[in-house]
Write a protein that binds this ligand. Structure first.
Ligand SMILES: Cc1cc2nc3c(=O)[nH]c(=O)nc-3n(C[C@H](O)[C@H](O)[C@H](O)COP(=O)(O)OP(=O)(O)OC[C@H]3O[C@@H](n4cnc5c(N)ncnc54)[C@H](O)[C@@H]3O)c2cc1C
Length: 462
């Protein structure tokens, strides 16, 4: 028997003991319920030693105390849209059993369980004409999104979605249950908005809802052959947009699968996404120069109910193996357009499903009323690549994604947002946070998680 076998036996014994100390269902590999840890991003090797199917905050607290007493690690997952590798020495808390959503129309707020997706909040809020500040994909988890700051299709109008959090319910690394608000545990309130799971497992969140029943938006799709005209027009057009208007652009190569509209399937296309509030006639007028950049293949822009906000990006819903890269741009100049076209435009040999730019600025650029660990407010655009790791492309996607970032390096700030291209790479923290923020997040983690229970995944520790 090797040292590894002895360690493995000790671990197996500990994980079996989990069942006697945690009142939630526990699934070990091969047992029913274990499959709940299979992530949306099927490329992430999520193989924890045990999955705790938490249905209440005390289940989470019991798990964390159990792990702290035995020197084990705990990680948390809702949908797995931001999944990273998890090894068998780690216990995974699945929050999907804590997905209740309650809307209070009087206070224009929602209380959202940690396992809820944005779709649930959209559905619960829509009957009251209220809107949560979700991201591009309603199938993403609310808490994972908000702890990463959250950049949605209305980011220029309202700022980061985490700027609109009212409170968190949190289980710390010592298994303590805390209600975290701007007044109570203000240090955690700062760090949870941007710090991902560094400071504990959030069991519920209370968020603002906005009185937005409709928006003017959708996407205008162009043929890839028109990419140069469309991108150069978009680059000039962005400069004059008010903050009631939000836009992103995607060079897309979508497979001919069910759900992909025929004109967009199996070819390079350019999607110009548009989301505007306020005067819809003015919003239509502002879009006109963009619509005229070339002959559109499809144009879905119009007045839509807010519940249809997911249609603007039309992100994929079903799980898939993906590789993401991401950086922030300080500017996007005509030269940057040419650089992007050379690596992701027609004839470039791009193997990415999506190369996307999102315009920032507006309300995002202003510090919120309650400061948070989310930085890079001065970035002008996000740049992201999303490639499908299917066998015929898997070898080429990461290298090409790196080439896209290298081509845009002259305009990159070197920074990254916590939510995009998640990574456990030790250098990641320095790209996501400034030095002070890293220092304070690590100091808070030492204080609230002295045993180091939360060290798996994208966490900031000294
Ligand atoms: C198709 C797609 C579209 C996206 N669109 C956007 C977008 O528009 N804007 C944007 O900002 N991001 C976007 N993202 C990124 C997304 O917000 C992050 O990946 C987010 O972490 C996903 O949260 P999740 O709960 O769905 O995923 P999970 O993989 O379950 O969680 C990811 C991470 O979130 C943290 N987390 C989750 N639950 C908790 C909890 N209860 N307590 C503490 N931490 C927790 C943990 O660090 C966890 O590892 C998108 C991702 C995809 C795949």
């Amino acid at each position: 028997m090797t040292v590894t076998d002895v360690a493995r036996d000790g671990l197996d014994d500990a994980l079996l003991a989990l069942r006697s100390e945690v009142s939630a269902p526990v699934a070990l590999p091969g047992e029913a319920g274990y499959e709940r840890c299979m992530p949306w991003n099927a490329a992430a090797a999520v193989a924890p030693g045990a999955v705790v199917l938490a249905a209440a905050p005390h289940h989470v607290a019991e798990t964390v105390r159990f792990a702290a007493n035995r020197g084990l690690q705990v990680t948390v997952q809702a949908t797995g849209h931001g999944a990273l590798g998890v090894t068998p020495d780690t216990i995974l808390v699945s929050t999907t059993g804590m997905a209740a959503v309650t809307v209070d129309p009087m206070s224009r707020s929602a209380r959202v369980g940690a396992g809820a997706t944005w779709q649930r909040v959209l559905d619960a809020a829509a009957p009251f004409g209220l809107a949560p500040l979700c991201g591009s994909a309603p199938s993403v988890g609310v808490v994972g999104f908000l702890t990463g700051g959250g950049i949605g299709p209305l980011v220029r109008t309202f700022g980061a979605s985490s700027d609109h959090v009212r409170s968190f319910e949190l289980v710390t690394g010592e298994g303590e249950l805390l209600t975290v608000t701007p007044q109570d545990h203000a240090d955690l309130f700062w760090g949870l908005r941007g710090g991902k799971a560094t400071l504990g497992i959030v069991t519920a969140v209370e968020i603002d809802l906005k009185p937005v029943a409709e928006f003017y938006g959708g996407a205008v799709f162009f043929d890839g052959a028109d990419a140069a005209a469309v991108l150069h027009t978009w680059q000039r057009w962005c400069a004059g947009l008010p903050e009631t208007v939000n836009t992103s652009l995607a060079l897309q190569q979508l497979p001919p699968l069910p759900g992909v509209p025929e004109p967009l399937a199996g070819r390079l296309t350019v999607a110009v996404r548009y989301t505007a509030l306020g005067d819809f006639a003015e919003a239509e007028r502002l879009l006109a120069p963009m619509r005229a950049a070339a002959v559109p293949l499809m144009d879905t822009v119009g007045v839509l109910p807010y519940a249809a906000i997911g249609a603007v990006h039309a992100d994929p819903v079903d799980p898939m193996p993906v590789h993401e890269e991401h950086t922030l741009l300080g500017s996007f100049t005509p030269e940057a357009v040419d650089a992007l076209l050379s690596v992701a435009g027609p004839g470039s040999g791009s193997v990415q499903a999506i190369v996307e730019l999102r315009m920032l600025g507006g309300a995002f650029a202003r510090e919120p009323r309650h400061r948070s660990a989310l930085g890079h407010r001065d970035a002008a655009f996000t740049l992201a690549t999303i490639g499908a790791l299917i066998p015929e492309l898997a070898g080429a996607v990461p290298a090409h994604a790196a080439a896209v970032l290298a081509a845009l390096a002259p305009w990159s700030t070197g920074g990254q947002l916590p939510n995009f291209a998640p990574s456990a790479d030790p250098g990641r923290a320095a790209r996501v946070y400034g030095e002070d923020t890293r220092h304070w997040l690590a100091a808070l983690a030492d204080r609230y998680d002295p045993a180091g229970v939360f060290r798996t995944g994208q966490v900031v520790r000294a």
